[in-house]
Write a protein that binds this ligand. Structure first.
Ligand SMILES: NC(=O)c1ccc[n+]([C@@H]2O[C@H](COP(=O)([O-])OP(=O)(O)OC[C@H]3O[C@@H](n4cnc5c(N)ncnc54)[C@H](O)[C@@H]3O)[C@@H](O)[C@H]2O)c1
Ligand SMILES: O=c1ccn([C@@H]2O[C@H](COP(=O)(O)OP(=O)(O)O[C@H]3O[C@H](CO)[C@@H](O)[C@H](O)[C@H]3O)[C@@H](O)[C@H]2O)c(=O)[nH]1
Length: 461
């Protein structure tokens, strides 16, 4: 029986391994982590992450061929294939701070593999890492090898949160990079056979190591660039009377551009886009390519601009001050169908409003109060468990996550219980602005023609 061990039971390690286990009953999969609370949660009825469809997959194979454990060393020693899916955040101090990837967790995982291994291993980079990381990992492993043969593969993950299970069941592609040697090719083939249990062979791409590592950063940079492009257009739409949804639809009909990922928003969030672009920028700088670095940096600058533009719009519309006013925040997660708040634009928007002394009342269906308080550390906010409670007595409502339930709220009831004039700032274009104007709201929708009121109150930083 092939044994797989995955180091890191997070948003990627947990769902990815659960899907491998459910699709490959003859493979034993153990997910290990140094965090006991995380592993306990994976072994309980309340999994540590919210992801549609995940509960069913885990229930189908946990205790059969899927296990979660804190006994990291034992399971690493026993495995044939080791996935490393630890976090690779942006460095906060030292060389490359604010840009480079922090590989501390990765390196300690690699050293531990070298320490405990007694048989040959295939080590798979699942985490998103800088291009050439495999070389560094290879050095750590081979310098401590005690005669053991290690093959390093790059197998980046492309799942998006909120649709992780769907993405894993039907990936657009699986990418495997390896050394172009007989041993390297054999290792690539072994991993390919795992995925071939459910992924059509033509969707499994094999490349050299550096192409696979770089493709992950490139994919995220291209995706984020599309959002910054449409968000840049949204500002121009507001200035000219064009409607960004109409523009997106019209350009998306061009098959070379395509319709997906063209929704203007308050800004992109999530643990990956910003981190991976910063990492790409740093790699470009290290390789003496400042023009290329500056090109990609602009994607993040536009994202920051979009978030502050939204805050400025809120404040300027409300007579240039939100001091002492109640502002309801609907949605705190970085996108719908997840409880994840990493890099969510809601953090920057709330901090901006709190900076102007607003009283902020937040409702999100999946994010816990503890998490919100941690994200907004040092600031006083109230977190409530109902959209009507959040909006009661409020001067304004900001919609920051596109949860489906926000489309179906009773906006007449919300209007009746708010201060007047009542404002709605829709950062995700989820509400029917015309209908809400009919009720009496002053409505701002990103990238849409402005109400007369908003035109008279320009947002100047
Ligand atoms: N979140 C996503 O949607 C996504 C998608 C694709 C790729 N990625 C990449 O995958 C990687 C993991 O992301 P994530 O969101 O799952 O992170 P995460 O923080 O949710 O999970 C990482 C886990 O690794 C554990 N860990 C760290 N060092 C360890 C060690 N030495 N031994 C055992 N466990 C250890 C941590 O305790 C944590 O539980 C990152 O590189 C990320 O960029 C993430
Ligand atoms: O048209 C769009 C699409 C997305 N977003 C925002 O962009 C962010 C990221 O969304 P999404 O890409 O769907 O979620 P992630 O889970 O961050 O997934 C991205 O990051 C992962 C981690 O690297 C990759 O694996 C995925 O392929 C990649 O889509 C969110 O804040 C979205 O609201 C928009 O504003 N407009």
């Amino acid at each position: 029986m092939v044994k797989i061990c995955c180091i890191g039971a997070g948003y990627v390690g947990g769902p990815t391994m659960a899907v491998i286990a459910v699709k490959c009953p003859a493979i034993e999969v153990v997910v290990v982590d140094i965090s006991k609370p995380r592993i306990d949660a994976w072994n309980s009825d309340k999994l540590p992450i919210y992801e549609p469809g995940l509960d069913e997959v885990v229930k189908a194979c946990r205790g059969k061929n899927l296990f979660f454990s804190t006994d990291v060393e034992k399971h690493v020693a026993e495995a044939d294939i080791i996935f490393v899916s630890v976090n690779t955040p942006t460095k906060t101090r030292g060389l490359g701070a604010g840009k480079a990837a922090d590989l501390t967790y990765w390196e300690s995982a690699a050293r531990m593999i070298a320490d405990v291994s007694k048989s040959d291993k295939i080590v798979v980079e699942k985490s998103t890492v800088p291009v050439k990381t495999a070389e560094a990992i290879e050095k750590i492993l081979t310098h401590n090898s005690k005669g053991i043969n290690y093959q390093i593969l790059s197998n980046p993950e492309f799942l998006a949160e909120g649709t992780a299970i769907e993405d894993l069941f039907k990936p657009d592609r699986v990418l495997i990079g390896g050394r172009e040697t007989p041993e390297g090719r054999k290792a690539v083939q072994a991993l390919k056979e795992v995925y071939a249990h459910w992924v059509p062979e033509e969707n499994i791409i094999t490349t050299n190591l550096w192409s696979a590592e770089l493709s992950k950063l490139a994919a995220n940079a291209f995706l984020a660039q599309r959002i910054s492009s449409v968000n840049a257009m949204s500002a121009l739409c507001e200035a000219t009377g064009a409607n960004v949804s109409e523009v997106s639809y019209a350009i998306g009909k061009d098959s070379r551009i395509g319709p997906k990922f063209l929704n203007a928003s308050v800004g992109f969030g999530g643990s990956c886009f910003q981190k991976d672009i910063l990492n790409l920028v740093y790699i470009c700088e290290c390789n003496g390519l400042p023009e290329v670095a500056n090109y990609w940096k602009q994607v993040i600058k536009i994202n920051d601009y979009q978030k502050s533009r939204f805050v400025n719009r809120v404040v300027s519309s409300m007579f240039n001050t939100v001091s002492g006013k109640k502002v309801a925040i609907l949605g705190f997660a970085f996108k719908k169908d997840t409880g994840d708040t990493r890099e969510t634009p809601a953090i920057d928007v709330c901090k901006g409003l709190l900076g102007d002394k607003a009283h902020v009342s937040i409702y999100d269906p999946e994010v816990t109060e503890d998490q919100i308080q941690r994200d907004l550390a040092m600031n006083k906010v109230s977190v409530v468990w109902d959209a009507y409670e959040a909006t009661k007595g409020a001067h304004a409502v900001c919609i920051l996550t596109e949860w489906n339930q926000f489309k179906e709220l009773d906006y007449q009831k919300i209007f009746d219980n708010m201060q007047k004039p009542a404002f709605i700032f829709d950062g995700r274009n989820v509400v029917d602005a015309e209908k809400l104007r009919g009720i009496g709201f002053i409505v701002y929708s990103i990238g849409k023609p402005l109400d007369a009121w908003l035109k008279d109150m320009p947002a100047i930083a």
